[in-house]
Design a protein around this ligand. Structure first.
Ligand SMILES: Cc1cc2nc3c(=O)[nH]c(=O)nc-3n(C[C@H](O)[C@H](O)[C@H](O)COP(=O)(O)O)c2cc1C
Length: 189
């Protein structure tokens, strides 16, 4: 495979509206394992797998990533959703379904990271509805070692990253957390 100078590959096994890839393959543990291990064989940089919340076997899928040699799990992608136009009595999106993101999905993402933390040993990256330090802290305390920000960048601009980091640092100082790793999984018994 071509070396593009990336520091990691993030496999999207989770897009909710793609035909033949994304969530369609990402909800089958055997396929997930083979995609991850095939990618690992083909590249020399870390391979992360991004998982979908649209499944009741997330832990099994997480273990398939780990068994396939995946270096980290990113969760969550969007929730499969739809909007219907009452005037036209038709789905609003031509594809019928789309992906729900932003604050509405945060509690789902936090719970998924919380579950995965007990199911796998590889690092977790939290994403879904993070727009401030409190959201990020929830993901970290659920078990994420890092977090990503999607929709909030579109709404608030790239400044949101600096703001989250500064405010998170203030929180950590006030509560005696010296480093992120001191907070990882703190919400577990
Ligand atoms: C417009 C849009 C495009 C997206 N495209 C991708 C994509 O190409 N690959 C991917 O893995 N996730 C994609 N996502 C999912 C986001 O990366 C993220 O997992 C999800 O939106 C939840 O995070 P957020 O609430 O911070 O946006 C997309 C989300 C949105 C809203």
């Amino acid at each position: 495979m071509e070396d593009y100078g990336a520091c990691a590959i993030e496999l999207n096994l989770s897009c909710p509206h793609a035909k033949g890839y994304g969530m369609e393959v990402g909800t089958d543990p055997a396929l997930v394992r083979s995609i991850v291990s095939g990618t690992k064989d083909a590249v020399s940089i870390p391979v992360w797998a991004k998982l979908t919340p649209n499944t009741h076997i997330l832990n099994e899928i997480g273990r398939a990533v780990e068994d396939g040699g995946g270096d980290a799990i990113v969760a969550i992608n969007t929730l499969k959703a739809m909007v219907i136009s009452p005037e036209f009595a038709r789905p609003f999106l031509s594809n019928r379904f789309g992906g729900l993101s932003g604050p509405a999905v945060r509690s789902v993402g936090v719970r998924d990271i919380y579950d995965l933390y007990d199911a796998v040993s590889i690092p977790l990256v939290g994403v879904g509805g993070i727009s401030d330090w409190r959201d990020a802290a929830q993901y970290i305390m659920a078990g994420a070692r890092a977090f990503q920000v999607g929709s909030a960048v579109a709404k608030e601009g790239p400044e949101v990253f600096g703001k989250i980091n500064r405010d998170l640092l203030d929180f950590m100082r006030d509560h005696g957390y010296g480093r992120i790793s001191d907070m990882v999984g703190a919400a577990h018994d």
